[in-house]
Design a protein around this ligand. Structure first.
Ligand SMILES: Nc1ncnc2c1ncn2[C@@H]1O[C@H](COP(=O)(O)OP(=O)(O)OP(=O)(O)O)[C@@H](O)[C@H]1O
Ligand SMILES: [Mg+2]
Length: 218
């Protein structure tokens, strides 16, 4: 479960998040929507512990991120998959290595790492590009590698930041089916998007952000 209490995040004079209170239950599928600059990325980064709040509290499965040690945060993050809006792939590593790296830090057996990496590359339809380097890929292909890296570790929580922003409509549908199947297996899923298409398409919980505030839910 993800709980946010009176969460504020300022960047200098710029208020990116302004008193966010939110509860995402275990196994829930939530869309966070809102215009560019609304605070969607900031919200996901705070939940991931990549950024500290200016004030307020974030609890992940009851653990307060303000009070957690670096080591415990690293352990917690192994259970959280994050699809970055700007992908954050390592340019000197191949597609395969980029995805496998997410598992290597967990100390899994090499044979298992190989198997799971292939599996997730298959799910996003990029097995044939496993030896390519990120800069040799199209934007949509890079985005799919970022998705594979997030799902390879069977995350309990999947945070995806505009995960279909570079994909065509057919691939977008495929990826949404993939996210729903991960959700069906029990994961809590939070997707940030300003895509009307994604929002219209689903029955999931939707939260609207504007200027750092939640102003609607349905
Ligand atoms: N590292 C930073 N330094 C300064 N300002 C920042 C930083 N990160 C975000 N901001 C500001 O915080 C606000 C929210 O940004 P954020 O990236 O969370 O928006 P977003 O909803 O994800 O937008 P988009 O749809 O364009 O991705 C913006 O005004 C942005 O300029
Ligand atoms: Mg963003």
């Amino acid at each position: 479960m993800i709980q946010l209490f009176h969460l504020y995040k300022n960047f200098g004079p710029n208020i990116a998040l302004n008193d966010i209170n939110l509860r995402v239950r275990e196994g829930e599928f939530v869309f966070v929507s809102g215009p560019s600059g609304a605070g969607k990325t900031t919200l996901l980064r705070l939940i991931f512990g990549a950024e500290r709040p200016t004030s307020g509290h974030i609890l992940i499965n009851g653990i307060n991120l303000n009070r957690i040690s670096r080591l415990k945060l690293d352990l917690l993050r192994r259970k959280i998959g994050f699809v970055f809006q700007d992908f954050k792939l390592l340019p000197a590593k191949t597609v395969f290595e980029n995805v496998a790296l997410a598992l290597e830090v967990t100390g899994e057996r090499r044979s298992l790492i190989r198997k799971k990496t292939r599996q997730s590359l298959k799910l996003i339809g990029l097995v044939e590009k496993e030896d390519a380097y990120p800069l040799e890929l199209s934007g949509g292909e890079q985005q799919r590698v970022a998705i594979a890296r997030a799902i390879v570790k069977d995350p309990l929580i999947l945070l995806a930041d505009e995960p279909t922003g570079n994909l065509d409509p057919d691939l977008t549908k495929d990826i949404m089916v993939l996210f729903k199947s991960i959700h069906m297996k029990g994961a809590t899923v939070v997707i940030a998007t300003h895509s009307r298409e994604l929002l219209e398409d689903t029955e999931q919980v939707k939260i609207f952000l504007n200027r750092g505030r939640i102003f609607g839910e349905r």
